[in-house]
Structure formats: structure tokens, C-alpha cells
Design a protein around this ligand. Structure first.
Ligand code: G3H
Length: 492
């Protein structure tokens, strides 16, 4: 059990004496009465407005309206703080990986990958920051005016990460924000909150006081008053659009607020008649179901050309049924308990709605449900009347749609509220090239003969329409969390 009885504010791990919230895992274990129930993992402070205000005050003091210690610190010194942090973090791998498995049910290889990818992201960010600093030392001359271009911090960042990557995506916001000289208040995700506990001391001892402040509790009690204060300069959030809009609306001076948002997506796969079907099926399995489909980049609609849809469905359904469900540490397990208690019921609702409107579950095990899981249902034929066509399912249900003319999926993508990525499967280079030219204007990344994904982290991660605001990646995030400034003079 981890009973988190301290919280990090103003460089101090303060003792928490107030109310607490219990944290449960959706992985079931035997209780005293011999029943299998959700496992109690520990507790976290249940904070409210006064603690939120303390964190805000600390972050504001550390930023000092731009004159504080952190934003004015030499590049080399800020890097030294970051290096100190990441070195300590590396020693916590085993603990954090274990908590990733228990708190969000991510399987062992993917939990290890999440940790290692985060460490690599921090080291790469440090290198990118050094490069940025070298580049900004370049002088430019135009019309007799010399300019020394720099990049400066924006201010105080409220950082909120998602439960599906509670370490990696939260840090993909927090780390670039900090290294650019901003100060931050960070609220860990609801599921995946305890895995921050092993890192608290590393945060405390690596950064000057007030640079990183960590708060716990519900958004309404903690994040809302922070936004209402009007003192937040950047809202950095990866999660759903509803929370992002609600938080922006709390800010009294919206024009001053910079947004760095990674939101929802409904990435489609389009399988053309000449596609390598084995490859397309492999990629669609990984794309739709890794981490049970709980990824913003997951494939959430599969369009298959009518000439091959029967063959695709037969083989795909069989492959889905062969996937192994189990606890995250068991070898070969791809499907694992879902961390959100209401998720199996929600997925069931989508399935029922689709069945009522004419779809069928085409795999034998599809829709088999327990308290913490629902086996992936492959639904066919799916149409626009169905909820599963429109809603971001973020879970194990796969809508398959057949098409006759490529204009059908293309129009659907153009009319969608989302615009993150597309996967395109086919062989005819000429046809692919012309489709790519259209698709890149509808989404931000076209994956050729492969499923959608965020990585490698050096490539831009963004989206059009309701899918994102700003761009993340090792390279882009440093720019998203800073502003270009320069010194102009008439003499060199
Ligand atoms: O939830 C959205 C994530 O950005 C997905 O990242 O493609 O690396 O799994 P991933």
C-alpha cells in the first residue's frame, strides 16, 4: 500500500493531515471474505482550494513575473537540475513499472516501454535544448538591424496528463515546460496517480523551490480555482476535449492563455483492394487493441474495400478471438483489466446501439463481459447512424465499414470533428501518392501500411480540428512552451 501523506509545494514535502481518497486497482484480488474485488493500492490527499492556492503562489513566486531564479537561471544550470532529476528517476524503474501495471493495467512490456521512453524523452529534450540555445546564439542582420534571437518562458503552466500514459504523456508536457524556464503546477492523472509517489523526492531535491508543485484531488476542487485565479499562462493538457474546454472557460483572461492540448481522435484505417492483407491485419490488431484501444492514436474505425471485406472480417475476427486476456504481468497478455470502472458498461452501450441499428458482432468472443473487462467486439457493418461511428470509444470495440469508392472514407474524414492521423494500406504507389496529397490536408500524419502512433518522439505529434492545439515532440514541445524574443541593435 502507498499512502501518500505528503505533497510537494514550494520545494517542501508537506505533511498531509486532511481527508484522503482511496486508490483502487481494477485488477481483482481475493479479499478477507474469499471474494475477488478491486484491489486497494493506497490513498492520496483530497486537496481543495487552499492547497491549490499555495501551489499557485509557490509557482508564481518561483517565476517571479519572469524575474525569478528559475526563468533567469543559466542554461547550463537548468540542464544540471534536469539531469539530476532524470538520474534519480532511472533508479525508480522497477517501482514505477509495477505501479503502471497495477494502477492502469498496462501490460509489462508496454509499462517498461512507457518508463524507458520517458527517460529517453528527458535526455533527448536536454540535447534539443542545448541545440536550441546554440541556434539562438546566431545573429541575423536585415535592413541594417542586427537581431539576437532567443526563446523565453511563458510563465506558470498548469499541467494535466492522461490516465493511459500517466508518466510518459504527463512528462512530455512537464519536462519541456520546465526546461524552457516556466514553473509548473502538476496534477497527476486520476488513474496512475500513485506512480508519481516514487518520484516526489527526485522532484524536491532536483529543482529550486516552487518550480514544480504537485497537487492531488478532483479537478473541480483543485484545477478550477487555479484557472479562475487568472494567473495561469499555459494550460497543458492531454485528455478529453470536455475537460479542456471547461478549464479554459474558467480562465478570466482567455487572450493571455496559451494552450498546449492533445485531445481526442477517431483515427481510421483505410484498406484498399490491393493491400497486403496479412500486414493490414497485423497492423489493425496492434492499432485497434494495444492497451485495449485506450490510446488517442488507436485505430477507431476500419474502412475495408468491399472486394476484400469478407476475407478481412473472417481473418481479423479469428485473430481478435485468439488474443489473450489476463493480468498485466502474465507473459503474452495483450488484453488487460480496464482501469475506468464504468468502461465495460460504456462499451456495452455502444455495442447494443450498433446491434439495434443493424450491425453484427462477427467474432465469437466479442462482447463477453466481466466486472472489469469486455472482450473486444468486431462490429460489421457499421454505419453513420451508430454511436460507435461518431464517439471516441477509447476501449475494446472495433467498428468495420466497407466502402466501394475511396471518396466515401475521404469524405467521412473531411467531415469528422477530428483530424489526427490515418493509416492507409495498399500497394499501388501512384494511387497512394495521390491519396496522401489529399489526406495530409485532412489530418496531420498519414501512416503508410502501418497503424497510427505517436512515436518516434522526435516527429511532430499534433492534430487538426478537435484533436489538438499546438504540437508536441522533443523538438516542437520546446517551442510550444516558449516565446521567441530578440534583442535588436544597429551595431553588431
Ligand atoms: O493516447 C495517446 C497517445 O499519445 C498515444 O501514444 O501512439 O505512443 O501509444 P502512442
Amino acid at each position: 500500500l502507498i499512502n501518500q501523506d505528503t505533497y510537494l509545494v514550494n520545494g517542501e514535502l508537506k505533511e498531509w493531515k486532511g481527508e484522503t481518497t482511496e486508490v483502487y486497482s481494477s485488477i481483482h484480488t481475493l479479499n478477507d471474505k474469499g471474494e475477488y474485488t478491486p484491489t486497494l493500492l493506497g490513498s492520496i490527499p483530497y486537496m481543495a482550494e487552499p492547497e491549490a492556492n499555495d501551489a499557485l503562489e509557490a509557482a508564481a513566486n518561483a517565476f517571479g513575473k519572469g524575474k525569478g531564479l528559475w526563468p533567469t537561471m543559466k542554461v547550463a544550470d537548468r540542464i544540471a537540475c534536469m539531469e539530476k532529476f532524470v538520474k534519480q528517476m532511472e533508479g525508480k524503474r522497477e517501482e514505477v513499472v509495477k505501479l503502471l501495471m497495477w494502477e492502469i493495467g498496462k501490460n509489462l512490456p508496454d509499462s517498461q516501454k512507457e518508463f524507458d521512453r520517458t527517460v529517453e524523452y528527458i535526455y533527448d529534450t536536454i540535447e534539443e535544448y542545448k541545440q536550441l540555445d546554440r541556434d539562438s546564439a546566431n545573429f541575423k542582420k536585415h535592413d541594417g538591424v542586427y537581431a539576437h534571437i532567443r526563446r523565453g518562458p511563458l510563465g506558470i503552466v498548469l499541467c494535466l496528463g492522461p490516465y493511459n500514459y500517466p508518466l510518459n504523456e504527463t512528462f512530455a508536457l512537464l519536462i519541456p515546460a520546465l526546461i524552457m524556464g516556466n514553473t509548473a503546477i502538476f496534477k497527476p492523472a486520476k488513474h496512475g496517480v500513485l506512480l508519481i509517489s516514487p518520484l516526489l523526492e527526485a522532484f524536491r531535491s532536483s529543482f529550486p523551490k516552487g518550480v514544480v508543485n504537485i497537487v492531488y484531488g478532483r479537478g473541480r476542487q483543485v484545477a478550477a480555482p487555479i484557472m479562475q485565479s487568472g494567473r495561469i499562462d499555459v494550460l497543458a493538457l492531454i485528455g478529453n476535449s470536455k475537460s479542456a474546454i471547461a478549464l479554459q472557460d474558467q480562465h478570466p483572461y482567455k487572450n493571455r492563455l496559451r494552450l498546449v492540448l492533445g485531445l481526442e481522435a477517431k483515427n481510421p484505417a483505410i484498406i484498399l483492394p490491393d493491400a497486403d492483407l496479412d500486414l493490414a491485419i497485423d497492423e489493425c490488431i496492434a492499432g485497434t487493441l494495444s492497451f485495449n484501444g485506450q490510446r488517442c492514436t488507436a485505430l477507431k474505425l476500419v474502412y475495408v474495400h468491399e472486394d476484400i471485406v469478407d476475407e478481412f472480417n473472417k481473418r481479423f475476427a479469428k485473430r481478435v478471438d485468439a488474443l489473450k486476456f489476463g493480468n498485466p504481468w502474465e507473459p503474452g497478455v495483450m488484453l488487460t483489466p480496464l482501469p475506468e470502472p464504468g468502461k465495460p458498461d460504456y462499451i456495452q452501450e455502444l455495442i447494443d446501439d450498433a446491434l439495434e441499428k443493424g450491425a453484427h458482432i462477427i467474432n465469437k468472443k466479442g462482447g463477453e463481459k466481466t466486472e472489469n473487462y469486455i472482450f473486444p467486439a468486431v462490429l460489421y457493418p457499421v454505419n453513420k447512424e451508430m454511436r460507435v461511428y461518431h464517439e471516441e470509444q477509447f476501449g475494446p470495440v472495433i467498428p468495420v465499414i466497407s466502402f466501394t469508392d475511396i471518396e466515401e472514407p475521404i469524405n467521412d474524414i473531411a467531415n469528422s470533428n477530428y483530424g489526427q492521423q490515418v493509416s492507409l494500406f495498399g500497394k499501388d504507389i501512384k494511387e497512394l501518392a495521390s491519396l496522401i496529397d489529399t489526406l495530409v490536408n485532412l489530418v496531420c500524419r498519414v501512416n503508410l501500411n502501418s497503424s497510427c502512433q505517436r512515436g518516434p518522439d522526435v516527429y511532430p505529434f499534433t492534430g487538426r480540428k478537435d484533436s489538438a492545439v499546438s504540437t508536441l515532440s522533443v523538438h516542437d514541445a520546446l517551442r510550444s512552451f516558449s516565446i521567441r524574443t530578440f534583442v535588436a541593435s544597429k551595431d553588431n
